[in-house]
Design a protein. Structure first.
Length: 418
């Protein structure tokens, strides 16, 4: 992409951002007493949607941010609401670079629509918004950094950049954070993944997608699934709090992928909740007594697995063993701005920490076909495949599937635009 084209696209998006920033100021919405209590307990509240109408109907003054992703962006684009924006961007890109290749055009259109979806939310709600990178750059450090910088430049006042948790992601996050750009390091599933991230990459936020953890255990009949994700999230919160207490990180945890209003109560006190609209609506409609809400930080959730299951394969979700700690210390002594994804993989192997698996192309195809909840029968005899890393890969491939649908829509609009 030529620097001229980038500048013109960036200028147009920045103009939209400035208009958005002149819109509704934070704090003008109605308050919810139970949500106010959660804020008192130390939990920031975010909505997990890119749908403006849905977000506006649920918005309360206690919400501070929203988060979007490839799936949510695809849902918005498929409605056709941004078709005119896409057509105008196609014209601009082709005018500035007549020979632009179709794949490059689609990547740039994806950048434009993600920014526009987020800026609609900024304008209407005055909130911060997390915007996610295209899955195609998840294992490319330099392209991840490049897009992160470009997204942030559009609206540094409100944008947080979501980078997926891969070995290359650890490296990209460190480089982006060195520029002072806030990062939401997404697609995390375990305490040990986030312990390493907090020490090596130091994102502003890390995640545990707790609802998916409950689902992978229940759907694969490894146990009831009850409180698996909650236990992983609370163990992560404890580990992050310990590191913050030592002055070694400022990273905060997001409890993500919530599935039920009960999880809001059970996890009160965790740094951040990002709630899908269904969960936020159910919580508000249940009208909990604010006085009944207490911090649950430090709770040791009990989980039960089928006795035939090797529980050690599942307990990696909440354990941070000495090998992981040694790996983190080793990498922490190196210059994080010089690390590569392969450096992390090699160090992981040297310490026998078992955090990363090198997936073959056929394994990636299997993962993508199974969706965001992997089929454990496919992997239970693969001793080198850790569940947390498998869940991250499954989430990434699920997003890639939705991104492909979004890209196809953009490609068709480009073909229709003379």
């Amino acid at each position: 992409m030529s620097s001229m084209t980038r500048t013109r696209i960036a200028d147009e998006l920045r103009a939209v951002a400035e208009d958005a920033l002149a819109g509704r100021a934070p704090g003008q919405a109605q308050s919810d007493p139970a949500m106010a209590r959660l804020r008192e307990l130390g939990t920031d509240l975010w909505l997990d949607t890119g749908d403006l109408e849905e977000a506006a109907a649920l918005w309360r003054s206690e919400f501070s941010a929203l988060t979007t992703n490839n799936t949510l962006a695809n849902q918005v684009v498929q409605t056709g609401i941004l078709d005119d924006v896409v057509r105008q961007a196609v014209a601009t890109l082709r005018e500035d670079k007549p020979g632009i290749q179709p794949d490059e055009l689609v990547m740039e259109l994806g950048f434009v629509v993600n920014c526009r979806i987020a800026l609609r939310l900024v304008k209407a709600l005055g909130a911060r918004v997390s915007v996610e990178l295209h899955p195609a750059v998840a294992e490319d450090v330099e392209r991840s950094v490049d897009y992160a910088v470009r997204y942030h430049a559009v609206c540094p006042e409100r944008f947080t950049i979501k980078i997926p948790l891969t070995p290359e992601g650890y490296c990209a996050v460190a480089r982006v954070r060195a520029r002072g750009i806030p990062v939401n390091y997404t697609l995390g599933f375990s305490a040990r993944q986030n312990y390493l991230a907090a020490l090596v990459s130091k994102p502003v936020y890390c995640n545990v997608f707790l609802g998916r953890l409950n689902s992978v255990v229940a759907d694969n009949r490894l146990g009831s699934g009850e409180h698996v994700g909650e236990k992983a999230a609370m163990a992560t919160q404890n580990a992050i709090c310990d590191l913050r207490g030592q002055g070694r990180t400022e990273t905060r945890l997001i409890a993500a992928s919530m599935r039920a209003a009960s999880q809001v109560t059970e996890l009160a006190g965790i740094d951040v909740f990002t709630m899908p609209p269904k969960v936020a609506r159910a919580f508000m409609e249940s009208h909990p007594d604010p006085a009944s809400l207490k911090s649950r930080v430090g709770t040791d959730f009990q989980v039960a697995f089928d006795p035939t299951v090797d529980a050690r394969r599942l307990e990696v979700l909440w354990s941070v063993d000495e090998r992981v700690r040694a790996l983190a210390e080793d990498l922490g002594r190196r210059n994080p701005l010089e690390l590569t994804g392969d450096d992390l993989r090699e160090a992981d192997a040297d310490h026998d920490a078992g955090l990363f698996h090198r997936y073959t192309s056929l394994e990636v195809v299997d993962i993508r076909e199974h969706g965001k909840i992997p089929k454990w029968a496919r992997w239970e005899h693969e001793r080198g495949v850790p569940l947390d890393d498998l869940m991250t890969q499954s989430a990434l491939q699920s997003f890639a599937t939705d991104q492909a649908a979004l890209d196809e829509r953009l490609r068709q609009l480009a073909l229709e635009t003379a």
